[in-house]
Write a new protein. Structure first.
Length: 180
């Protein structure tokens, strides 16, 4: 019995919200149309014959639609909270992290090559600010890293967040040359 109920709810979860709205609308019209209008659109006899099924179907569909709306609103709220937390991380960058992000904004660079073992870039990836754009790279020229679109938009609106930057990202080859 419980498996059937779970399967039934899974089935309803997969139905698109627009289709649920259509079902609720049609059932609501059939159930609540005035008698004269119901006769005009020829649903009066259907309504009388199947009322015992139409009412519960209407209530069930409305409840699934309300649940879907609740989950949609909850998801939107959670997404806003996550974005706010990520933006707050941009306010707490170290000077070295700011130096790595500076070329993305100031020079409008899309990709920056950095060594795969670079700790600062790995930290920015872990914070969700940058991502490795390609798995193709090598130990001398590094791997391409891009700035997340939300981070680019926020930093372009707030370039002062990069004030006080120190250093810049370097490929492994550049690091070797600077050490000699």
């Amino acid at each position: 019995m419980m498996d059937k109920l779970t399967g039934f709810t899974d089935y309803f979860r997969k139905i698109p919200a627009a289709f649920l709205v259509a079902i609720v609308s049609v059932l609501g019209l059939i159930l609540f149309l005035p008698e004269e209008t119901a006769k005009t659109v020829a649903v009066d006899q259907f309504r009388e014959k199947y009322r015992v099924y139409l009412g519960p179907a209407f209530l069930l569909t409305v409840s699934f639609l309300v649940a879907r709306l609740f989950l949609f609103l909850k998801h939107g709220h959670t997404a806003k909270q996550n974005l706010k937390a990520r933006q707050q991380a941009l306010h707490q960058l170290t000077p070295e992290e700011k130096g790595y992000l500076f070329p993305y904004i100031e020079n409008q660079q899309n990709s920056i090559p950095v060594g795969i073992d670079d700790g600062i870039m790995s930290g920015l990836v872990a914070k969700g600010i940058t991502y490795r754009a390609s798995n193709m790279g090598n130990l001398l020229t590094g791997f391409a890293f891009n700035l997340q679109p939300w981070a680019r938009a926020y930093l372009e609106e707030n370039p002062s967040l990069l004030d006080g930057y120190v250093g810049q990202p370097m490929t492994p080859r550049q690091k070797l040359r600077s050490e000699w």
